[in-house]
Design a protein around this ligand. Sequence first.
Ligand SMILES: NC(=O)c1ccc[n+]([C@@H]2O[C@H](COP(=O)([O-])OP(=O)(O)OC[C@H]3O[C@@H](n4cnc5c(N)ncnc54)[C@H](O)[C@@H]3O)[C@@H](O)[C@H]2O)c1
Length: 386
Amino acid sequence: MFVTTSNPSHREPVRVAIVGTGAIARGSHLPALTALASGQPLEIVAAVDVDAASVEAFCADAGIAHPYTDLDRMLAEQRPDLVTLATPPRFHRDQTVAALRAGAWVWCEKPPCPSLEDFDAIEAEEGAQQNGPYAAIVFQHRFGSGSRHVRELLATQAMGRPLVAHCQTTWYRDEAYYAVPWRGVWSSEGGGPAMGHGIHQMDLLLDLMGPWAEIRAMAGRLVHDVETEDVSTALIRFENGAMATVVNSVLSPDEVSRIRIDCERATVELTHLYGHRNADWRITPAPGITSEEADAWRGFGPDVPSSHEAQLRGLLEDLRAGRRPRSSGADGRKSLELVTALYKAAFTGGTVRAGEIGPGDPYYAALHGNAAGWAPEREVPAEVPA
Ligand SMILES: NC(=O)c1ccc[n+]([C@@H]2O[C@H](COP(=O)([O-])OP(=O)(O)OC[C@H]3O[C@@H](n4cnc5c(N)ncnc54)[C@H](O)[C@@H]3O)[C@@H](O)[C@H]2O)c1
């Protein structure tokens, strides 16, 4: 059965264009859109890539009628309702703005864009018309049955107040990974593992724990010859008083993605690598909790793995209803703000408070904040000694 629309400016079927036809477009965007198109009126009308051979092969393999090498031309000719962006981060701002101006909603890969200044420029373009268009960020780990269930348990304080948390992205990337010229470089990769890899777990941590209040941090280049960091650690205090440790590493041979939250009456843990399902969550009750109550906490419901499809399903419902989707606007900005604050705390050695990084702050315009020893040489102002 097809969903009824309450967005007056919306047409059926939803016309989708995929921009960037590399690994994540092939591996996640296309499969998610194809799966969803089997149950609702949705059509992939075009794909765009600066690499003509790539977009032509992508369209031929997926049966998409219109390959383009020019985004503006595609927007003008195809008038898509939704653009999914799977290009490198340095293009996210301009491509999102172009699609919003053409009236399309946008679902943009993480990391959202290189700076808070870029994010705010995107936000300023949203919702110019009633019912959108809006730009949401791909943060697929927030979605699926496990994170939904635990978010509800924490929001209702069923397990008591959250007190202590650990957020771990300990992955491994070798020299061959960093031999690709755009990696490990602020202007093209956006940042190191805090921005490129750990942002998923930190985003989920914020989604579960609520707003953060202050952060202290360290960053290092311990192995790789990169401009960015290859490891960072941080301490976060949340508005609700809870405290967390964070590790973002690409130096860890035994790879794992992990979140652990100790509440007054139970510990909840998620252990996975690139995606999770119900079985990856564990809830351990405190002494004295009845097995009936603990079993109720473990009732995750039908298993919906975290995935691009799980997030996109909700976004399409929002598009049809003309509602702001999750992971857009302030809700999409919060993990970029935390990552920015992590870099500022690490490079200045100070404590950074939520909300303090705004226009005029060097970290507002660039994650390296022009910090000596971290900023690209050419961007260090003349008055700063080399
Ligand atoms: N959500 C996730 O779990 C996840 C996983 C991997 C990658 N990503 C993100 O997805 C994005 C793309 O990563 P990838 O691994 O697919 O990279 P990729 O290099 O495999 O693909 C990027 C594609 O974009 C194309 N491209 C480059 N500049 C372009 C432009 N100006 N206009 C149109 N096309 C352009 C390239 O030719 C290439 O085909 C990155 O932001 C990355 O961080 C997200």
